[in-house]
Design a protein around this ligand. Sequence first.
Ligand code: FAD
Length: 449
Amino acid sequence: MTPSILWFRRDLRLGDHPALLAAAGDGPVLPVFVLDDALLRPSGAARTAFLLRSLRALDADLRRHGPGLVVRRGRPEDVVPALVRETGAAAVHVSADFAPYGAARDERVAAALAEADVPLVRTGSPYAVAPGRLHTKGGDPYKVFTPFYRAWADHGWRAPAASDPAGVEWATAPGDDLPAEPDVDAELPEAGEAAARARWDAFRGTPYDDIRDRPDLDETSRLSTYLRWGAIHPRTLLADLDARHTHAQVYRRELAWREFYAHVLHAWPASARDYFRPELKDLPYVTGREQRRRLDAWAAGQTGFPVVDAGMRQLLAEGWMHNRVRMIVASFLVKDLQVEWTHGAAHFMAHLVDGDLASNQHNWQWVAGCGTDAAPYFRVFNPITQGVKFDPDGDYIRRWVPELAGLSAPAVHRPWKDGPPDGYPAPMVDHATQREEALAAYQLLRRNH
Ligand code: FAD
């Protein structure tokens, strides 16, 4: 029988997989992943390593039922039609991609396939509600989270897809080897669908709404990396939440932020690079060597502000950082160090294993005051009191900044008061002064606009 191709991208799993169901309905399924240099190049070592491990895990899962994953390297618009010609496949099935590069790539692949009269069939997406589906009463895309959240919850989502790899007839074709993993210093979570499920199972029952802002307790779900690669689908989580989770409301709202930013990026693709509120483009930022000096100190976790340094070191060590600390370090870079948000966002994308264009760029814009629902620019996080409030005993700081391991709270939050311990830098700026400067610049900008 003629096979159909299931082309995996951000859906590296077999359970709750609508595109797999659709492909299996056509006959034998040829499971394929295309290593696309255009995506690998900017990914950063940690995310690339995690992707390769996820592909190995997917291959192992497929081998339980058939010959395994077929990997090809090259441009998808060349590789996918070539595979169709080789195998005589009747259709190519995918989960729809809504990000700017993925959507344009899929258009090119669909056009190339159309020449051979083969359809690119899009079924499902990495989201519970596909970007572009929800509009305001006026027919516009949502720009504000709360009304989006209401519309999203009212719209609802399908039940998880009953895709069962055991019931599928799997096909195969010659493939390329997976490349060697890049060297990564960060300690990454275990990859794959089973690991994602295990993580979700372990998370259930945690008092999420009380502790999600506490990096010292470290009890958020840590599912972002798995959601990034589609090792688990948000619909699976949403279905489980209602049934089994005592903190369903708060967690559902967090998942909705991920959906919201994907929706915003889909409606305004340029917001991946450009200011969502362009009037804030004119704020003064440092440039040249001074910018480099500040960025380097921030990136290395050597600013002299303990919670900032702890966060930046966690990012290097784990390829992940707690959400509250992401907000603190981002605010510190933009408002205290006066470095434009785009540089911080690029550093995050280079190191985060969960690095996702929609969530990353829009959260950065939110902190910088130039995004949707922007935290007002005049709201400047105080990096010391934020540490005191959300890491009250200093456990998070001591975990990541060993120079401060001998200090207890409250001294660990202000180590310079009695002279900083050996090897730990003095604060690189004065927060009160920087705050005044940032606010003055903002006032000036408002007067001029
Ligand atoms: P949990 O608290 O367990 O939340 C569950 C899920 O909800 C997360 O896995 C995530 O999918 C979603 N979520 C929660 N908060 C947000 C949010 N603010 N925006 C979007 N989705 C959210 N998240 C990414 O997935 N990729 C990124 O590249 C990314 N960059 C960020 C950059 C900055 C400056 C900030 C402030 C936040 C960023 N986030 C990003 C959002 C958030 O920090 C992470 O999703 C969260 O820390 C992941 O940990 P968790 O899975 O334990 O989260």
